[in-house]
Ligand binder design. Structure first.
Ligand code: 13P
Ligand code: SF4
Length: 303
């Protein structure tokens, strides 16, 4: 049955000239059929450069929106149209417009985990892997950072620069409390602690490295260490354990699951390829504005 679905997906993919882009948090069965898996920045670059006519985006809604903004002539399909990101929903365009009025003259840096309408009110976007370089590239001393207060706090600390933070957060990463990390460190004293910057600042403060999802995967690939405590969504921990059976990976907590990322599955991928439904399309007047901060971000050089 599963093999049949995979076979059908593969045939339809050719027929439709489709590419399947998959975020690192997606279920294993979905990652297994990917043309490309990655973090938000890598997936944006892939979406911008693909020659496919159809992008099946296995991630959450803002990621599919970003792909549609970058490739407006392609059909972007989200297998489960209800897979949103609660953090992205924590700021609306109207709220950002009001916040800009309260902080006149500020440059707006917006995390990619945001709606297209919010990006349209933004000067430059960032992701977890380039936030430090993006904030560094802004010449203004007055910077609004939204919506993730934790990623903003991390950038503040690294750059020793005060940012005007919006009070958004990721409910999944907020579950990774410093006391859970302390407990894991006590049980596994030789383990390195790798963390995603969406975690609370007190948790990030305990980290050996602060990295994006792909950053965590790449760090382990190069490290000689044998044990790791992983401070992000647990799919990364499972993926690492499968990839490196001789090493040991410990989640900070079993509660670190993003329910939205788990909504996509093989049946839903097949369904959108068959029916060409669940298209994510950003209205042109918003997309024309939102593409500017995304392109500015893509031009920031990695350090
Ligand atoms: P990455 O860009 O690090 O993959 O993070 C995306 C995300 O939503 C993390 O919660
Ligand atoms: Fe959004 Fe958090 Fe899920 Fe990432 S893990 S998609 S930030 S809810």
């Amino acid at each position: 049955m599963k093999e049949e679905i995979i076979q059908k997906i593969s045939e339809l993919k050719k027929q439709r000239n489709a590419v399947i882009l998959v975020h690192n948090y997606q279920k294993k069965e979905v990652q297994d059929i990917a043309d490309f898996t990655g973090d938000s920045l890598e997936l944006s670059r892939k979406a911008a450069n693909t020659t496919a006519d159809v992008i099946v985006f296995c991630g959450v809604h803002f990621m599919a929106e970003t792909a549609s903004i970058l490739s407006p002539d392609k059909k972007v399909l989200l297998p489960d149209s209800a897979s949103g990101c609660p953090m992205a929903d924590m700021i609306t365009a109207e709220q950002l417009i009001q916040f800009k009025k309260e902080n006149p003259g500020a440059t707006v840096v917006t995390y990619i985990n945001s709606s297209a309408a919010v990006k349209a009110e933004t000067d430059i976007c960032c992701t977890s892997s380039n936030a430090i370089n993006v904030v560094k590239s802004v010449k203004n001393d007055k910077i609004i950072f939204c919506p993730d207060r934790n990623l903003g706090s991390y950038a503040q600390k690294v750059l020793n620069k005060k940012l005007i933070l919006w009070n958004g957060f990721c409910p999944t990463h907020m579950k990774m409390l410093p006391e859970y990390v302390a407990l894991q460190k006590e049980i596994h004293p030789n383990a390195l602690f790798l963390v995603h910057p969406e975690c609370p600042p007190q948790t990030v403060a305990l980290a050996d490295e602060v990295l994006s999802t792909t950053g965590i995967l790449n760090y382990v690939a190069k490290s000689d260490a044998k044990e790791f405590i992983i401070g992000t969504e647990n799919e990364i921990t499972f993926k690492l354990q499968r990839q490196y059976p001789d090493k040991k990976f410990y989640p900070v907590t079993d509660l670190a699951v993003c329910p939205n990322m788990k909504k996509n599955n093989l049946e839903k991928v097949l369904n959108v390829l068959e029916e060409m439904t669940n298209e994510v399309k950003v209205p042109k007047e918003i997309a024309d504005k939102a593409i500017i901060p995304i392109q500015r971000m893509l031009e920031v050089k990695p350090s």
